[in-house]
Design a protein around this ligand. Structure first.
Ligand SMILES: [Zn+2]
Length: 328
């Protein structure tokens, strides 16, 4: 909406969302880890069984990969767009009962936690959790770890920087563009962008070197108030974690997405069916009509493997029909 809405994406580190759009495989793997469990949780909340939710994640991921270009950050947050796409697919998969696909969109804290697990080293993650989630004082956390206060600030800045790359499409628009850090002492804006991890990676590196050597700038950093930053606010007021994400089928679904990235190929490409659908697909359908309904319900989910399964099912049905006729 506003002219500044995409300014956060001017960071030197390319955001996850932009990497998804240009089909960077590592970005799609990241998407699988961060958002796969959220989609699984939505499917479970909409009444799917764990195996059904597992299968749904694969189907939805393929559909999303072909539609990612339709998302516009200025139209709203990524997870809201994702939820709408998800809801549509959940509804179209249950035409008979006209399901409402009700799920709680506010429970998505797991996405932030999973982004944290992917960011920085484990010591930095621990420091970050304590000051941001548990809201312990920087002094206490530094003292416990036998570290300088500056180390805790550095960890916070580096983790925030990484989270910003993963979660930029989840923030409210209107963040200020990055200002380059000048050599020598840091101006208040540079202190602030360092504090909230908004500076590019190389600027953070330079700022850390300077801050470690300059007591005046460190004092400015201690005084800097970053409570108005959207990402800092988001992390400090973590939304509830989505339910069902600890289930085994959820882990299997995410693992399947991570290990075989063929689902991210656009619709036109000769993508193969994901392995996750194999157990469900091998269950024979009762009638040809049922098999036909399955085809129309999930047209995008059909790969060569599914067609072979359907052919086998059709052959079995035909054979049974002949046997029945023969018996009469
Ligand atoms: Zn200085």
């Amino acid at each position: 909406m506003s002219a500044t809405s995409t300014s956060a994406t001017t960071l030197s580190a390319e955001t996850l969302f932009r990497r998804l759009k240009r089909r960077d495989p590592s970005a799609w793997r990241r998407f699988a880890v961060l958002y796969g469990p959220l989609v699984y949780s939505w499917a479970r909340q909409a009444g799917r069984t764990p195996p059904e939710a597992n299968k749904f994640v694969a189907t939805f991921a393929r559909r999303l990969a072909s539609r990612i270009d339709e998302y516009r950050p200025e139209q709203g947050k990524f997870r809201d767009w994702l939820a709408t796409q998800c809801q549509k697919l959940l509804d179209t998969q249950e035409p008979e009962e006209a399901s409402e696909a009700a799920f709680n969109r506010k429970q998505w804290g797991g996405v932030i936690l999973r982004a944290l697990y992917e960011a920085g080293d484990t010591q930095q993650q621990t420091l970050f959790r304590r000051v941001m989630f548990d809201k312990e004082s920087t002094e206490a956390v530094a003292q416990d770890g036998g570290l300088s206060k500056m180390s805790v600030y550095e960890a916070r800045s580096r983790i925030l920087h990484q989270l910003r790359g993963d979660l930029s499409a989840e923030l409210a628009p209107g963040e200020k563009p990055v200002t380059r850090t000048p050599t020598g002492c840091l101006n208040p804006q540079a202190i602030h962008t360092f504090s909230i991890g908004l500076a590019p990676q190389e600027t953070i590196d330079a700022a850390v070197v300077h801050l470690k050597a300059c007591e005046t700038c460190r004092e400015s950093l201690w005084q800097n108030d970053c409570s108005s930053d959207p990402l800092v606010n988001l992390v400090r007021n973590l939304p509830p974690v989505e339910p069902h994400v600890d289930e085994q089928e959820c882990k299997l679904a995410v693992n399947a997405l991570k290990t075989n990235l063929q689902w991210m190929e656009p619709d036109g490409a000769p993508a193969k069916a994901t392995k996750t659908s194999a157990p469900a697909a091998s269950k024979p359908a009762k009638t040809k009509a049922a098999a036909g309904a399955a085809v129309s319900a999930a047209p995008n989910a059909l790969g060569p493997g599914m067609w072979i399964t359907l052919a086998v099912v059709a052959a079995v049905v035909a054979t049974l029909s002949l046997l029945v006729i023969g018996a009469w």
